[in-house]
Ligand binder design. Structure first.
Ligand SMILES: [Mg+2]
Length: 190
């Protein structure tokens, strides 16, 4: 059983804190009449599973990147409660592979106080590991399986946040949701 100190853990945003795919599916249905279920998203690369033209993909990708608040992206169940509790002990670090952080910064600010967190947008999945090292992070909660292999090589322990798109076999610790993550944190430590 891992006992994780609050200062040792950092988080990805999309697919972990933000239910980006939920909003994506809703938009796809409401605006374009394309029906996909959450469980159908078995690949991280959306274009591979959803049959849509490039124009739609670009439109939705832009919305996810620049207008997550307007798009109505919701927090993943249980996330706010655990993150608020963590932020009372330690400033939270989010590391996203998004190329631009302004949109998602506004989204996170909607749910957490500005002074309680930092966001770093690396622009690439590969940049996450060296950055986390720099911050002294030991555990990272991530939904993209490929990134977890990179993290492990850099001696950062990945925690897979289970999603339909990360169900391939892997050797990593996994959590079904924030309630499980909460149990792994040593709340008496900083
Ligand atoms: Mg993610």
């Amino acid at each position: 059983m891992h006992r994780i100190k609050p200062k040792e853990i950092a988080f990805d945003i999309d697919g972990v804190f933000a239910d980006t795919i939920g909003a994506f599916i809703k938009e796809l249905r409401n605006k374009y009449g394309i029906k996909v279920s959450y469980e159908d998203i078995k690949e991280y690369e959306l274009a591979k599973i959803v049959n849509m033209n490039e124009e739609i993909l670009i439109d939705l990708a832009k919305k996810i990147l620049y207008e997550p608040v307007d798009m109505g992206i919701k927090p993943v169940k249980g996330s706010i409660q655990v993150l608020k509790k963590l932020s009372e002990i330690n400033r939270i670090l989010f590391v996203t592979a998004r190329p631009d952080k302004s949109g998602i910064q506004k989204w996170v600010e909607k749910y957490l106080k500005r002074d309680n967190f930092d966001i770093v947008a690396t622009g690439t999945h590969e940049e996450k590991a060296p950055l986390l090292k720099e911050y002294g992070i030991k555990y990272f909660v991530e939904d993209r399986l490929e990134t977890c292999f990179i993290l492990e090589k850099a001696s950062i322990t990945p925690i897979i946040f289970e999603q339909p798109w990360n169900q391939k076999p892997h050797p990593f610790i996994k959590v079904k949701g924030w309630h499980e993550l909460e149990k792994m944190i040593d709340w008496n430590s900083s």
